[in-house]
Ligand binder design. Sequence first.
Ligand SMILES: [Zn+2]
Ligand SMILES: [Zn+2]
Length: 342
Amino acid sequence: MRVAVITGVGEVEIREDAQPTPGPGDIAIEVGACGICTMERRLFSGTQQIYPVAPGHEVAGRVVAVGSEVDDLPGSPRIGDAVTVDLLTRCGTCSACRRGRSALCKRPQGGALSDGTLAFGAGLAEFVVAPATSAFATGDAPMNQASMGEPLACVVHSVRLSGFRSGDRVAVFGGGYMGRLHLALTRHLGSPAVGVIDVSAQRLDEATEAGADWVATPDDLADRAGGSDIVFVTAGVAGAVEAALDLCDDGGTVVLYGAFPKDVLASVGADRIHHHELNLIGVYSQEPEDWRTAAGLIASGSLAADLDRLVTARYDLASVGDALRHATTEPVYRVLVGDAEQ
Ligand SMILES: [Zn+2]
Ligand SMILES: [Zn+2]
């Protein structure tokens, strides 16, 4: 089968690799679509230089084989099912996993192709194999939408840990892909007011078209102070924590979702946190229950229009180089790679 391997800065090749066979508890999936996420962009642009490597962790596809120990129970993946698949491994034994916080699993991630090439998902390929427990059915949803299972699971995780309840007013820093998923999900879950903050006028226009109740640049927030119950920071920049706390009403929560540069510090008045019962939390990655919710949302079709808007472009596997160049040279929401749309 064919699999894309990034071999250097700006260099990618399609390699032939043995078609992976499922172990007893695994399933094999024919990839329908795979999203290009931040990790793939960093590897291709050279921000992170680990070569050669087979990336691609935002995968949806169809089950083509199941292992001998995959039971035919209700909920088990079956041949022909469309699924989105969690390609992160979790050890189940570290202290984080044992607390049920497997998003923070301490075991290093990564696998290998048959020739030993490092694999971070290896989903830019014709087939992937994963444990049956890691596949979540997406029903009749198109592959473009199903391939958003992993990022949507991360956003479900973020909204779950935020304590969001229907009726909460929301502000989202960052109108990129992750910001837009927060907008779509919190509107769907019953926020009466979701605002989006970004420096880009184009992104603000597109957020408005996608249903944002208000949009603003970071310099134009003075009259919004104290007007939100939950503030998601999807764009980690200096000053974002302070600006997000300013938007919070008493009892509000600031959620740090996006990665920050390691040297960014925030200055927060401790008494303000105390007297106004403010919460400041970090969220990272996703956990199996978030996948179940994300896959259910995709299968239900309730976010279909929102997810479709976020497909910037789609390439077939043979054009993976064009896809990576597109995703690393222009502002995009999601660029997808794959050969099957259904
Ligand atoms: Zn991702
Ligand atoms: Zn673990």
